[in-house]
Design a protein around this ligand. Structure first.
Ligand SMILES: *[C@@H]1O[C@H](CO)[C@@H](O)[C@H](O)[C@H]1NC(C)=O
Ligand SMILES: *[C@@H]1O[C@H](CO)[C@@H](O)[C@H](O)[C@H]1NC(C)=O
Ligand SMILES: *[C@@H]1O[C@H](CO)[C@@H](O)[C@H](O)[C@H]1NC(C)=O
Length: 385
């Protein structure tokens, strides 16, 4: 293998140890967290039931807020202050959709979701808003149903103004329309209750549940977006499968750090892929890597995940505070292209090679040391990219 004129993309989630701490958690809350409902009694009651409008940003955010608050007891064994609650990730990602304008009406026919109009409104025409419906309503109703939160199930969700048949609105309608997703979320909740469940087990379950919630066909919404944004949506949906395989830890802090690499606004036709001036280098790299991944995937498909002991590559840790916990490396040479994913849990690196026909390049071998050195140097912290 030659790497004469090699280019390297490194997408790294090096979380600085010093950032870890429950006291800083608040800095990562999604927008309007404090103002949003944190218990069922903060919603309206109609006909003896809590009536929730999931097409209102705050009311949907409230579902996450109740979920993370009511499940704190299951995560205290991992860290104090709910820091390791694996349900945070969804809320963090939803906050990103809101502040980047992705929940707004993409047709621009209404002022739904725009700062100048009804900024809390979630448009039923928003691809992101529709997708997130099943990543908020299903986890919430399945949690209610599983008894993990010990809350009343007398809840009705308001349906959107159109395409009502695509959505479910209470525990029984979600069970009948999306039985598989309800079942997979329930599995996570049952595991949460077990004292023997580890953090890794729950991360694995939450990603499986996430995949099961990618339901409903909203491709019809793609036409409202620029080609670049529509491609990004497609690439993102694929990336979720990779994150699932990688078991990316879905804590508030890690997902929030990760989200900093996601496009900070909707992509428009004028954006030149992939150098967008008002984006950070890191955001440009993420876009590029996601698109590259899609091409690779079409070509090769998903393959095995390999787990190697960290002792084989001690060099990816630089001191106590900057171990790379998550890293995607794309190395391309004139003759070969190798995509290497690495994700470090406390004891292992999970290397992920999308194609079995590609060579696994051992850490520190095969590619000369200078290259690895440069990867490691780029791999400091998100903030420094
Ligand atoms: C959205 O929900 C919040 C919290 O319940 C409420 O204060 C606000 O008025 C709602 N906005 C709209 C437009 O319904
Ligand atoms: C790592 O932490 C230990 C104990 O906190 C300290 O003694 C050591 O100097 C640190 N090493 C580095 C490289 O910062
Ligand atoms: C991984 O590294 C840590 C810290 O250096 C060490 O304590 C642990 O035993 C290592 N795990 C394996 C499987 O080598």
């Amino acid at each position: 293998m030659t790497f004469g004129s090699t280019w390297v993309y490194v997408l790294v989630g090096c979380i600085c140890g010093s950032l870890v701490g429950a006291s800083n958690l608040r800095a990562y809350y999604p927008p309007l967290w404090k103002e949003s409902p944190g218990q069922l009694s903060e919603y309206r009651i109609e006909d003896g039931k809590y009536n929730i409008n999931p097409w209102n940003y705050s009311e949907r955010l409230g579902l996450y807020k109740i979920l993370v608050k009511q499940t704190v007891r299951y995560f205290e064994k991992f860290a104090p202050g709910n820091e390791q609650n694996v349900l945070w990730g969804l809320a963090a990602f939803y906050g990103w959709q809101y502040h980047t304008g992705r929940l707004a009406d993409p047709t621009h026919r209404t002022d739904c979701g725009y700062a100048s109009g009804d900024h809390l409104c979630i448009s039923v025409d928003s691809w992101w808003g529709d997708l997130n419906y099943f990543l908020s309503v299903i986890p919430f109703l399945a949690a209610i149903d599983s008894g993990v939160m010990e809350l009343s199930s007398d809840i009705t969700l308001q349906l959107p103004s159109k395409d009502q048949e695509k959505f479910c609105y209470d525990v029984s309608s979600c069970h009948s329309s999306f039985p598989e997703a309800m079942k997979v979320w329930n599995k996570l909740y049952q595991h949460m209750k077990l004292p023997s469940s580890t953090f890794d087990d729950l991360v694995k379950d939450v990603w499986e549940a996430h995949l099961s919630s990618l339901i409903g066909n909203f491709l019809s919404r793609s036409k409202y977006y620029s080609k670049l944004e529509a491609d990004f949506q497609r690439d993102w949906a694929l990336f979720v499968e990779y994150l699932t395989a990688l078991r990316f830890p879905t804590t508030l802090m890690k997902v929030s750090e990760f989200v900093k690499g996601m496009p900070q606004r909707i992509l428009v036709d004028e954006d030149t892929a992939f150098f967008i001036r008002d984006f950070t280098t890191f955001q440009n790299i993420v876009l590029h890597v996601l698109s590259f991944l899609h091409k690779m995937h079409e070509y090769t498909g998903l393959s095995e995940q390999l787990t190697v002991s960290n002792s084989s590559n001690p060099r990816l840790c630089a001191g106590n505070d900057s171990c790379c916990e998550f890293m995607i490396t794309v190395v391309s040479g004139p003759e070969d292209t190798v995509l290497i994913w690495a994700f470090q849990t406390s004891d292992f690196f999970h290397l992920y090679i999308p194609s079995s026909s590609m060579a696994l390049v051992p850490w520190g071998g095969g590619i000369d040391n200078n290259l690895w050195q440069s990867i490691r140097l780029t791999s400091l912290c998100f903030d420094q990219l």
